[in-house]
Design a protein around this ligand. Structure first.
Ligand code: ATP
Ligand code: MG
Length: 338
């Protein structure tokens, strides 16, 4: 296989964790090639634009991008570059796996679940409006469409099927939000009927939060609307030990962008101590998206193998190593596993 992907190193710790991630990916020898393009502050400095057309064209051409964290300067014309990229490419599915890694500060062991969040409508479709002169009344709208609901639920069930997962939990609030959440649930039931081998469970969002904290092992794939998915995916990141191990993918029909959930961490940028795992786990999602799930699992196993080695991992995981020693240890683990 030979496949070229667009790579955006990003700002802050971005170049450091990207370098480590690509070194580990190269060890897999799966024929991945990289086209390096810029966005964020790096692009602003080099070409005077935050989101150069060459970058957008590269993502459109290769359809897959691996992206480091971007800094969006205030007053730069975008409220968020990440949101802008989602809009440009209609990246409707935000996919956030949460896996526990032994040796981290996670509250439970053995969690392996994925949240699939609708990324384009719901409560985040509009800015809302202020209704009264004094500014003391505001209104916002929630938009749910059959098309938007169908494609996200279908994505979740296809993902479950592809990864051999057994259950999809549809999270909603249709008992109260009868029209919007009700439509989402109705469409979800129709889609679920087309996947008889996968169990479909319906759960109200408040109960889901409690269940996630009390018994997270019952979950496999969760699919939900924008706002609920935003909250639940962070809850799940907390369950498995926080930002250092939280990857995310934004997926559309024309392109898919894989990234760490955390930001550019300017407080530790340039020190060589950033944890590359979140970006590397995002790269694992990318491998799965490219049909290379066995290789993705090899990398995840290497991470599970190495995180307990305190002399080689980064300080955020309680280690005394740095970004490079972490990458070296992962490469050693991959080589030992043959
Ligand atoms: P941004 O403005 O880009 O979001 P931020 O400072 O908010 O940057 P976050 O990524 O949200 O950065 O980081 C929050 C905290 O977590 C920071 O103290 C940061 O150093 C730490 N952190 C984030 N990512 C990592 C990482 N990969 N390795 C180690 N520490 C990290
Ligand atoms: Mg931040």
């Amino acid at each position: 296989m030979s496949k070229t992907i667009a790579v955006i190193r990003g700002d802050g710790i971005g170049p450091e964790i990207m370098n480590a991630t690509l070194r580990v990916l190269d060890e897999l020898k799966v024929g991945l090639q990289y086209e390096f393009v810029e966005a964020g502050m790096a692009a602003q400095e080099h070409v005077g634009e935050l989101l150069p057309s060459a970058t957008l064209e590269s993502i459109a051409r290769h359809r897959v991008a691996l992206k480091g964290p971007l800094t969006t300067p205030i007053g730069g014309g975008f409220s968020s570059l990440n949101v802008e990229l989602r809009k440009r490419f209609d990246l409707y599915a935000n996919v956030r796996p949460a896996i526990t890694v032994p040796g981290t500060k996670a509250r439970y062991e053995g969690i392996d679940l994925i949240t699939v969040r609708e990324n384009t409508e719901g409560a985040y479709g509009s800015d809302g409006q202020v209704l009264s002169e004094d500014g003391d009344m505001a209104l916002s709208q929630i938009k749910v469409t059959r098309r938007g609901s169908e494609r996200i639920v279908r994505y979740a069930f296809d993902l479950a099927r592809r990864q051999g997962r057994k259950k999809v939990t549809v999270v909603h609030k249709a008992n109260i939000m009868k029209t919007t959440s009700g439509l989402f649930l109705k469409v979800a039931r129709e889609v679920a009927a087309q996947y008889p081998e996968i169990q479909c469970q319906e759960m109200i969002v408040d109960n889901t939060c409690m269940q996630l904290v009390m018994n997270p092992h019952q979950f496999d794939v969760i699919v939900t609307t924008n706002l609920f998915g935003d909250i639940i995916s962070d809850l799940c990141a907390g369950l498995v030990g926080g930002l250092g191990l939280a990857p995310g993918a934004n997926i559309g029909t024309e392109a898919a962008i894989f990234e760490a959930v955390h930001g550019s961490a300017p407080d530790i940028a340039g020190k060589g101590i950033a944890n590359p795992c979140a970006l590397l786990l995002a790269a694992c999602q990318m491998l799965g998206h490219l049909g290379l799930e066995p290789q993705a699992e090899r990398v995840r196993n290497a991470i599970r193998d190495v995180v307990g080695r305190k002399d080689r991992v980064t300080p955020d995981l309680g280690g005394t190593g740095n970004t490079d020693s972490f990458a070296d240890a992962l490469i050693d683990s991959l080589r030992a596993d043959g």
